[in-house]
Design a protein around this ligand. Structure first.
Ligand SMILES: [Zn+2]
Ligand SMILES: [Zn+2]
Length: 134
């Protein structure tokens, strides 16, 4: 487990814990249906249950959504404040979470034109990881 000890760990329901440990074991992005397949054995068998727990884990900053893949991944730092970008290897799918500073985040949101009031920003950088560059 890569939980950062300096962060407060929120208390989780049983469903949230099952889904979080499933994602942490996988160490890669998973679709909600792939998660459902793995947690069936723990008695979680309905998609809405999985989506609800995923939403709650995202609000707690322990799970993030990869927009480009419609997939979910455990926070690379255990838990974070929701300011992050992702770098994704386009060959093997390896994902690395990049923490963003308040200034990074503000700079990105500041790119929004006058017509759109910015609320959130998603940054996903594609490239090749070290292993795939050989
Ligand atoms: Zn995070
Ligand atoms: Zn790779």
């Amino acid at each position: 487990m890569s939980a950062a000890p300096h962060h407060h760990q929120p208390k989780l329901s049983r469903n949230q814990s099952e889904i979080l440990s499933c994602l942490r074991r996988a160490k890669e992005p998973m679709s909600a249906y792939a998660i459902l397949d793995r947690v069936r054995i723990a008695g979680i068998s309905h998609p809405p249950t999985v989506y609800r727990a995923l939403n709650e884990l995202m609000q707690k900053g322990m799970v993030h959504r990869l927009q480009s893949r419609s997939a979910f991944i455990a926070c690379g730092h255990g838990v974070c404040d929701g300011k992050f970008a992702f770098a994704i290897c386009r060959q093997c799918g390896r994902v690395v979470e990049i923490p963003l500073s308040d200034a990074d985040q503000a700079g990105l949101l500041g790119l929004a034109p006058d017509q759109i009031v910015p609320e959130q920003v998603t940054v996903e950088i594609a490239g090749l990881c070290e292993a795939c560059r050989q």
